[in-house]
Structure formats: structure tokens, C-alpha cells
Design a protein around this ligand. Sequence first.
Ligand code: NDP
Length: 448
Amino acid sequence: MNAYVARVIEDTKKKNPDQPEFLQTVTEVLTSLENVVDKHPEYEQAALLERLVEPERQVMFRVAWTDDQGKPQVNRGYRIQFNGALGPYKGGLRFHKSVNLSILKFLGFEQTFKNSLTTLPIGGGKGGSDFDPHGKSDAEVMRFCQAFMTELQRHIGPSTDVPAGDIGVGGREIGYMFGQYRRVRDSWDNGVLTGKPLSYGGSLIRPEATGYGVMYYADEVLKHEKDTVKGKTFVLSGYGNVAWGAAKKIAQMGGKAVTISGHNGYVYDPAGITTEEKLNYLLEMRASRNADVKMYADKFGCEFHEGEKPWSVKADVAIPCATQNEITMEEAKEIVGNGTKYYFEGANMPATNEAIAYLQSNGVIVGPAKAVNAGGVAVSALEMCQNSERLSWTSEEVDQKLKNIMKSIHDNSAACAEEYGLGYDLVKGANIAGFLKVADAMLSQGLF
Ligand code: NDP
């Protein structure tokens, strides 16, 4: 291994021994940059990799709020401003009981390269809380969002840091947070948050953007392989925003998603999640106070496999859309054993590094998260443009821009892989393409 890369990985491990998810992504990204680092000794002279793995700023804060019984509750809030070399920090907020510093640092690190790949001027950030929205009333969610934003507002702004949604944060939560931001700051800065409802500056196609982007990217890969989405079967995990958008676009393109999943099991619908009724029901489930994927099986009379993941189901394409590390070696072997040819990451880091290596070495074409799911943040950046202009674009205009961005992410990743002698390795290609632009900006901005 390149000595500089090896040293930075070792130092990062020593400094962050209790952050497994963060170390996983740092190892994955840095090892894929070896050929680039070999060619550019100036990176080591400028301590570029050491700076890249250290967030510019990490904010942690107390969020105290009152539940419906009048009892005080305390959660922890975070905002990681990872890298601002390309623009204002940009990345979602995650509300989930598992949230901790390691998970948000991994997400912020990934986001830096993802945002670079979009070609838009946005830096990398991520945030959230260990607040668990499951089972909470609407009033409790509102009080939590208000308390969270009362503290977060001092760290963000339309030209500083622009959060959006992620797991557990959708249009409702963004609305409550924007209301509180406006109340405290007393100014019309609607570009401070993206993923807003349309009535006060949201963008058309933003709810669909991540899932649609996944499929626009997939379409480019299939075209490269002289193949087509039409007639193909897809296994999906998750049933939230990303899974919904992907299933909808799969249906429009003539394919068929046959599974969705949640924390407690998966649903198998051999007829496919293709009708408007089924697709709209996914939205209802996600908005439900006691959201549970089993609701789908009960409503449409299909199989629910309690406590299991969907990867044993035979399909042409696998698209994880739930959470990190749901695919280990065991699931990777199932995917290969099923003869699945393509694997695209809708979720962030859904597989372990070993699982990805296994899929690739067994001929599965892997589209990595930072490229495949970049459509969400790309349309968020387009929402920022519309807010600055105080204009709204048509859905056709946004959709066409999204398509162009996803094609350029694919083409740029493929070209970088080719240039560094890596064939059609879209994983390394995306890391290299995302890194080069950030590295160039960091070098030219001096030591910081
Ligand atoms: P949602 O909150 O809409 O949905 C999350 C889904 O993941 C639910 O189906 C949930 O099921 C499932 N899930 C969450 N935690 C677990 C767990 N520990 N085990 C199994 N299933 C779990 O989130 P999104 O669709 O927005 O996000 C999904 C993934 O996509 C995340 O990795 C996110 O970072 C990534 N992403 C999202 C973007 C966006 O624009 N929304 C953009 C880019 C990436 P249950 O409710 O049963 O727990």
C-alpha cells in the first residue's frame, strides 16, 4: 500500500478508535486513492489527506423538550461541518435512535465526495439526533424540531451550512424546523434548509430526486452494458423516501420492484410494486406514527418475512435503500448466488468493505452510494438556486437537470477509473473523481 495512505489510515484509527463506521469509510476511500496519491507528491507535502479526514467543525448540543405527558426529555444534537472547500456545507439531518458521532462523521465524509461529484458548488456536512420519531405524536415531533433548531440555527445559514432531510426527517420535520428558524432569526432565508414543501420554496422533484437519480444512474450503467431496465426484477430494502422514488421510477421504466423492508422484516410482492395505489401507500406508511413495513403485506395480501432481509429473493438488480451495513458477506453471497448482475446503493454505505469486494470479484457491477444516491443532494442544490433567484422551475426542467447530473456522475467516474488503469470500476472511479476536485480546491485555498 502507498506509505502515505497507510500512515493516514493508521493515524485516523488511533485518533478515533471508537468510530467504526467512520473508519470503515475512511479506509475504503483512501485505499482507492493510492494510484492518485502516487502520482501527486504535493498532497503529502500539504498534509492533504490528514486534513481531509478531520472535520472542519463538529458541533454537539443538548436538545431538551417536553413529551405529551409533560415529562422533560433530553436528546443529543449534532452538526458535522466536514469540508467547505467547494461551497456551503450541505447534507441531511438524521433522526434515529442509533445516531452517534461515528455515524454522522462517516456520512459527512461520504457527503464531501458525493457533493463534489454533482458538479455543483456545495461542501460536505451531516447532522441529526438520537431522537426516535417512531411512536411520537405530531405535537411531540414539532416540539422536538423546535428545540433542535433553537440551538442549530446559530451554526447554519443559506451561505454557511444548508441541512436537508435523511432517515426520520422529511417535509414535516423540515417545515417545523424552518418555522423555528424564521421565528428566531426574523428573516426570510428559505435557502437555509432544503427538502421544503412547495408552498414556501421547495423544489418540484425533490421528494423523488434520490430514487429517480438512482435509476437514471442505473440506466447509464445498463446502457454501458448494452442492457435495459425494461423487464428486469429488482430487490429493494427500505420503504422510505429513497425506496419509494426508486420503485416509482423502476415502474415507469418498465421494470418491477418485488421487495421492500423495514427494521423488523421484509415484504415480497411478486406482482411488483408498480401501481399508483401501491406506490402511494408507501408514502402513507412512512408518514404513519407507527410506521411498519408489515402494513403493506396486510393491505395487499402478500408475504411478510419477519426478522429477515430481502436479499435471498432472486432478482436481476439489488438496490439497498435502508441503512448502513445491512449487507455483510452473508448477504453478498446470497446476491451473487442468485445470479444478480447489478447492485446500486440507494442508502449510504449499505455494505461492508468486504461485501463490496466480494460482489465486484464475482462479476457484479457495483454502483457506489456517493454516486448513485447523489440525485437527492443535487436537487437540493437546485432548490438553493431557485431560492436565491426567488423563482420556481418546472418539474420538467428540474428532472432534465437531474438526468444530466446523474449521467455526468456516471461518465466522470468511468473516465477516472479508466484514466487510472482500473477498467470499469465505478467504486474507485467515483472516489477518485470526487476527491480530485476537493483536493484541487483545498490546495489552492492554502493551509486550513
Ligand atoms: P426514510 O426515513 O424515509 O426511510 C428509512 C428506511 O430505512 C425505512 O424503511 C426504515 O425502516 C429503514 N431502516 C432504518 N433504519 C433501519 C435499520 N436499522 N434496519 C433496517 N431498516 C432500517 O429514509 P430515507 O429513505 O431518506 O433514507 C434511506 C437511506 O438513503 C439512508 O441511508 C440515507 O442516508 C440515504 N439517502 C437518503 C437521501 C434522501 O434524499 N432522503 C439522499 C441520499 C441518501 P423502519 O421504519 O422499519 O426502521
